[in-house]
Design a protein around this ligand. Structure first.
Ligand SMILES: *[C@@H]1O[C@H](CO)[C@@H](O)[C@H](O)[C@H]1NC(C)=O
Ligand SMILES: *[C@@H]1O[C@H](CO)[C@@H](O)[C@H](O)[C@H]1NC(C)=O
Ligand SMILES: *[C@@H]1O[C@H](CO)[C@@H](O)[C@H](O)[C@H]1NC(C)=O
Ligand SMILES: *[C@@H]1O[C@H](CO)[C@@H](O)[C@H](O)[C@H]1NC(C)=O
Length: 348
């Protein structure tokens, strides 16, 4: 009888664990890590209340769209140190309770825009998303749009050289961002994102190093220590681009005709863009050159005037000296002038 009782108490804990994984006695943690798996274990055998599933250090390279279906109870999923290179957009769709997703050290080169929409709309969640050590070269617009509850994000160790600020603006609750070990190019493409980083820091967030690899003179510098003045030339470039487009199409940038008499901010922007002179920059250049030329002419005139004054005063001095030496010679003026000329030429 005793043995039947103990068998009955052991059974519920022992039964549902997908082989070859190891489940914690309470069934909350399922550890399938480091088992060399190239396919998923039978996940429909997971203990129904389990919270965390570890699949790290395996050889998983692909996952089907419904591979993680019906796992809404999971809160943590660790897929780090695998060979995943392409995740289908709906992969995490059913995982509505997921707060911690680790994809560290895989081979992701791009991500589907819908991939992380699973984190949606649960504001009290403190979500973390680890995409470090992959091959991501961009973060597409829309990828992070639903991640309002994300607190911690790592993009370290990828191939990112620029990021677009609008892609990160939805992350209103982000507290910690890792961006290290990426080949950042600290040029105009990163200027707006630098401003966003400053905004994040102002909100009390943390960002690790964003070291520039390009341009050469900024190599090794953290973009946060690069003064914003270094990016002023970007505004000039933008102006030039607007001018260039305008001159190419024969008019301003595309303005919506249906808005043109509606008034408001959009319209004034539009009108201003349309009537902006094509080459303001060239006009300014002309003014500068004209100024320089005028300045040179002025300096030459001042020099000539000074020379004239000195010449005149020298002449006056000689005249006075001549008059002192020969005060009584009334008809000697012509002779005196002759002598003066000789003296001046000898001085010269
Ligand atoms: C998920 O659950 C539904 C309904 O319970 C079932 O029809 C489906 O086969 C399950 N999918 C997987 C992959 O287990
Ligand atoms: C998701 O989490 C909430 C709160 O922890 C819990 O009440 C709910 O049962 C969970 N959903 C599933 C499907 O386990
Ligand atoms: C990344 O994963 C590979 C394959 O699983 C492993 O050999 C390597 O040690 C891992 N690297 C790091 C830094 O974890
Ligand atoms: C202009 O605005 C209308 C209505 O807002 C919109 O349907 C149309 O696509 C817009 N056209 C362009 C060229 O943006």
């Amino acid at each position: 009888l005793l043995c039947v009782l103990c068998f009955a108490t052991l059974l519920p804990a022992a039964s549902p664990c997908p082989p070859p994984c190891r489940c914690s006695p309470d069934g909350l943690e399922v550890n399938c890590g480091g088992l060399g798996l190239s396919t998923l274990p039978p996940l429909q055998q997971l203990p129904p209340g389990s919270r965390s599933l570890l699949l790290a250090n395996n050889k998983l390279s692909t996952l089907g769209t419904s591979a993680l279906a019906n796992l809404s109870f999971l809160e943590e999923l660790d897929l780090s140190n695998n060979y995943l290179d392409n995740l289908p957009g709906g992969l995490f769709r059913d995982m509505s309770n997921l707060t911690r997703l680790t994809l560290h050290n895989n081979s992701l080169t791009s991500t589907d825009r819908e991939l992380f929409q699973v984190f949606a709309h649960i504001p009290q969640h403190r979500d973390t998303l680890d995409l470090s050590l992959n091959g991501l070269s961009s973060v597409p617009l829309g990828l992070l749009d639903e991640l309002q509850s994300l607190r911690w994000l790592s993009l370290a160790g990828n191939r990112l050289h620029a990021l677009e600020r609008p892609a990160f603006e939805p992350l209103v609750n982000l507290q910690h961002l890792e961006l290290g070990q990426n080949p950042w190019e600290c040029d105009c493409n990163l200027r707006d994102f630098k401003h966003w980083i400053e905004w994040l820091l102002y909100r009390g967030g943390k960002v690790d190093a964003v070291e520039c690899t390009l341009p050469k003179d900024l190599r090794g510098r953290d973009i946060r220590t690069v003064p914003v003045e270094m990016f002023n030339y970007c505004l000039q470039l933008e102006d030039e681009n607007v001018g260039g487009e305008g001159s190419r199409s024969g008019q301003g940038p595309p303005c919506n005709a249906s808005h043109s008499n509606a008034g408001g901010e959009g319209t004034s922007e539009c009108v201003r863009a349309r009537y902006r002179p094509v080459s303001v920059r060239r006009a300014i250049g002309t003014v500068v050159i004209a100024g320089v030329v005028c300045g040179i002419v002025c300096i030459m005139m001042v020099a000539a005037a000074a020379y004239g004054c000195i010449y005149a005063s020298l002449m006056a001095k000689y005249q006075r000296e001549l008059k002192k030496r020969q005060p009584l010679m009334g008809d000697g003026e012509a002779e005196g002038e002759d002598r003066e000329e000789k003296q001046i030429s000898s001085v010269a």
